[in-house]
Ligand binder design. Structure first.
Ligand SMILES: Nc1ncnc2c1ncn2[C@@H]1O[C@H](COP(=O)(O)OP(=O)(O)OP(=O)(O)O)[C@@H](O)[C@H]1O
Ligand SMILES: [Mg+2]
Length: 405
């Protein structure tokens, strides 16, 4: 999907060469033998296993054994995998995404190849998933995450729309080198329709410039807000995945958006202030009765060990003190390529597809999709949710959440 023609035009009409080096499509087959070597784990050594089943995002493999005992690699473990009898396939890095011990003990690991395998029919049946990317502390990488996670999902075959609601310095339009003339505030003022403000980004993704449209939600009149709702309604008809890059902090507007989203992706870095503020955000979410659909991404980890350790600590504190189940989306490594990409205004995944951080993004996207597949039945309409959250008491007497004015 990326770089179909090897080139993508940016908004100023300048053609920029943006080719994502695609991993070759690999034919994994049931019963294919694999050798798995855990990285950063108490388990040392290499273990023989075999493939039990294959899907677009992952491989289910037999739990390996050592001296007859099951080697119970925890979810989140990184493994180096070598495929035997597969000439030309080098070892690849994967993550244990799931572990099943009932029936036939198995592990689910991420695939190394990123292939657009999702048929149109399949996407249409799936409905639009709305992901809100949030953080307690600013500057932790929400915008970098939203963009590159979006690109990785697009490469998996999803129609991705990024909604820029961040007025910070490095917003999505800057990272994409786009110069939007109109934004959501023009939509809410009734000057433009949503289709007139959406910009085509690279690799099939779309950008919905937020401008002040989202920041000023609290000041919108009812009919202006209705226009915004209608605009989101249209977007969710067109998109498979809508990613909302929210600004830092915990204003009522932000939390209303978070509450309406199918998934809230909380981004933190390992830095103590960021961790404290991530916890504060989780506390607000717990206080608002949000249960489920919250994921954590640990950005700027020095290594896998730090990423897993700090992420696990935040999640266990949230569980223990807030009773909040936060699932682990994974970590992204600290990587100079990210800063270089930001400076060059070419998205990381396109500029440096083989950088360690790019590999992290692809792994996270595969994992996110896997988790979303498992949560199929839980999805509700983002737009209905928003309408209820902001207009609740006027339209439904039983709703307790009012609009923030
Ligand atoms: N994995 C990483 N490795 C190295 N640098 C990173 C990484 N992630 C983010 N950065 C750096 O952090 C900067 C801030 O990232 P970004 O703008 O995405 O943060 P943000 O959370 O969106 O900020 P704000 O709260 O202001 O919206 C980037 O410009 C980049 O230089
Ligand atoms: Mg930002």
């Amino acid at each position: 999907m990326f770089g179909r023609n090897g080139r993508q035009a940016c908004s100023r009409g300048v053609a920029v060469s943006m080719t994502l080096e695609k991993s070759k499509s690999l034919d994994f087959v049931v019963d294919q033998p694999l050798v798995v070597r855990p990285v950063n784990s108490v388990y040392q050594g290499s273990y023989q296993t075999r493939i039990l089943s294959v899907d677009a995002y992952s491989l289910e493999i037999e739990v390996p054994r050592e001296k007859g005992k099951l080697v119970l690699l925890p979810v989140g473990t990184l493994v180096s995998v070598a495929a035997e009898k597969a000439p030309g396939l080098d070892a690849f890095e994967a993550e244990v995404l799931d572990r099943r011990l009932t029936g036939r003990p198995s592990l689910t690991i991420s695939r190394p190849d990123v292939i657009a395998r999702v048929s149109r029919r399949e996407t249409e049946q799936r409905g639009c998933r709305v992901l809100a990317v949030a953080s307690g502390k600013g500057g932790v990488g929400k915008t970098v995450f939203s963009l590159n996670y979006g690109l990785a999902l697009a490469d998996l075959g999803y129609r991705v729309y990024l909604v820029d609601s961040d007025l910070g310095t490095a917003n999505l339009d800057v990272l994409l080198n786009l110069e939007p003339r109109y934004n959501l505030s023009h939509v809410v003022q009734g000057e433009k329709g949503i289709s007139e403000i959406v910009l085509q980004g690279p690799a099939g993704i779309h950008l919905v410039p937020g401008g002040s449209g989202i920041k000023q939600l609290a000041d919108l009149s009812e009919w202006q807000f209705s226009r915004l709702i209608a605009a989101f309604n249209e977007l969710t008809q067109q998109a498979d995945v809508l990613i909302l890059d929210t600004g830092a902090g915990i204003s009522r507007n932000v939390t209303n958006f978070l509450a309406a989203a199918d998934e809230i992706i909380v981004v933190s870095t390992p830095e103590p202030h960021a961790v404290m503020d991530a916890y504060a955000l989780l506390k607000v979410l717990a206080g608002e009765g949000r249960h489920g659909g919250i994921k954590l991404v640990l950005n700027r980890a020095q290594d896998a060990r730090e990423g897993l350790r700090v992420g696990a600590r935040i999640r266990s504190v949230a569980k223990r003190y807030l009773g909040l189940e936060v699932s682990n989306l994974g970590f992204i490594l600290e990587d100079g390529a990210v800063t270089k990409a930001v400076r060059s205004k070419v998205p990381l995944l396109l500029a440096f597809p083989n950088a360690p951080s790019s590999r992290c993004f692809r792994r996270l996207a595969a994992k996110g999709q896997k988790q979303a597949q498992g949560a199929k039945g839980r999805r509700t309409s983002f737009v209905d949710h928003l309408r209820r959250l902001f207009f609740g008491p006027r339209y439904r007497r039983d709703d307790t959440v009012g609009r923030d004015r």
